[in-house]
Unconditional design. Structure first.
Length: 456
């Protein structure tokens, strides 16, 4: 009886154990299915991610160099299907060669990653399926197993052709710009907010007497202005107008030699409106200024005598008149006429008459100081403003003039005698008059003297 009971209990425990085992198997099967589904989902997700990338991705076995997987971008680039790629070596597919890449002739980031276990990147050129040159950036990342060994490398290729073309276009553009600024005759410059040169082309450096731009870059522009006040006026003009055109600058070279420049420049501002510098073009106009000065000198000078012509004399006389008014001081004008010029021309010729005029001009220059204003305003008419002369000095001046004439006439072999008639007008700032009025007064007094000389 007891044996039967024990047998029944054993059978019940066995059934219960079988049920537990069945449930355990069911749970294991369910777990395996879930894991399988998770893995499939992960693979599907990974596939979606890889195929959505524009970069070309290869997964390469490190032992055999065979491709384990490739994304759509890679397949599309080479015009291949996944079946045509999987199992082939990377060098066979990408370089159309059976032997593996061998440094240093071949730059292969994949080999570097295999050897070092580190991420690697490099650039190289290859041709696509249409034979077009492709610039590529290749990066490789190792996948390490539980034992710390590299068994797989992820190989990513990015097409950087557009960037390379842009970089090349930019490089050529910069080269053209550099060639332009180095070959132009004008100086091209930039100074920062502190007035220090940060850019200067070769012509600009030569304008200031330097051999190369490097010698002037880093120097403060202030040291090249002859007068710092002029620089302050220039900066104020720029501050108000933001730009200037053909602005005159009195500058000096490295050796201190004065030069005349013109600049067309503008203020450079930051996005917030702060002044960060000035950039512009410099032109050396020293020769032009000298020529202009020479032409101006010629336009104010009498060609025959070198004295001021009528225009030059009137210009300077009006300046002296303004100064006399401002200082409340008097001023004298001497009007002189060469006597007998017509007779000299008629009997001895115009060449001798011109010589008489030049001799009269020479006597006037000998009699008066360099600071005095002497002019020839007509054929035989001369005018003088003796600067700073008072009425007390006039007799001495007229005596010296006549003495110099007498000395000239005592020279041997003279064919004619020099004679000058003169009249002197006085400008009184308390009773102002014009230059023309003064000349008219002095002219009348001169003719009085000339008539008195003709009296027997």
């Amino acid at each position: 009886m007891d044996n039967r009971i024990n047998q029944i209990k054993a059978e019940e425990r066995l059934k219960k154990l079988e049920e537990e085992l069945r449930l355990m198997h069911k749970s294991l099967d369910q777990l395996v299915n879930e894991r399988t589904n998770d893995l499939e989902m992960s693979n599907k997700f990974l596939r979606t991610v890889l195929d959505s990338l524009n970069d070309e991705v290869l997964i390469v076995d490190t032992n055999t160099y065979k491709i384990q997987d490739a994304n759509k971008a890679f397949l599309s680039e080479y015009g291949l299907t996944r079946d045509e790629v999987i199992g082939k070596t990377c060098h066979e597919v990408t370089h159309n060669r059976m032997d593996i890449c061998s440094p240093p002739n071949d730059i292969c980031p994949l080999l570097e990653t295999m050897n070092t276990g580190r991420f690697s990147v490099a650039e190289h050129i290859h041709c696509d399926k249409k034979g077009r040159k492709i610039y590529a950036e290749v990066s490789t990342s190792p996948i390490i197993d539980a034992d710390g060994r590299i068994n797989t490398v992820v190989h990513v290729t990015r097409d950087i052709s557009e960037r390379k073309r842009s970089d090349e276009a930019l490089r050529k553009s910069e080269e053209r710009y550099k060639n332009f600024i180095d070959t132009t005759l004008d100086g091209i410059y930039h100074v920062n907010a502190e007035g220090v040169f940060t850019l200067m082309n070769r012509s600009g450096a030569k304008i200031f007497g330097y051999e190369s731009p490097e010698e002037i870059i880093g120097r403060n522009a202030l040291e090249f202005w002859r007068d710092p006040r002029d620089r302050d006026a220039y900066r104020e003009e720029l501050r108000i107008r933001k730009y200037v055109s053909a602005y005159p600058i009195k500058a000096r070279k490295k050796n201190g030699e004065p030069i005349e420049l013109e600049t067309s420049s503008r203020i450079v501002e930051s996005d917030s409106g702060n002044i960060i510098g000035i950039e512009g073009i410099l032109r050396d106009v020293t020769e032009r200024r000298h020529m202009e000065e020479e032409l101006r000198f010629m336009s104010l000078r009498d060609e025959l005598t070198g004295l001021y012509n009528r225009r030059g004399f009137i210009t300077l006389a009006e300046q002296e008149l303004k100064m006399a008014d401002r200082l409340k001081i008097g001023m004298f004008i001497l009007y002189a006429d060469l006597d007998g010029l017509k007779a000299i021309n008629d009997t001895l010729g115009h060449e001798v008459g011109d010589m008489a005029i030049k001799e009269a001009a020479g006597i006037l220059k000998e009699t008066f100081r360099n600071s005095d204003i002497i002019g020839r305003i007509g054929g035989d008419e001369f005018v003088v403003i003796p600067i700073g002369t008072t009425g007390d000095n006039l007799p001495a001046i007229t005596s010296r003039l006549q003495r110099n004439i007498d000395v000239k006439n005592e020279e041997n072999d003279r064919r004619y005698k020099l004679s000058l008639s003169s009249g002197i007008a006085y400008y009184d700032p308390e009773h102002p008059s014009t230059i023309d009025e003064l000349l008219t007064t002095a002219d009348a007094l001169m003719y009085d003297q000339k008539r008195n000389k003709r009296k027997p």
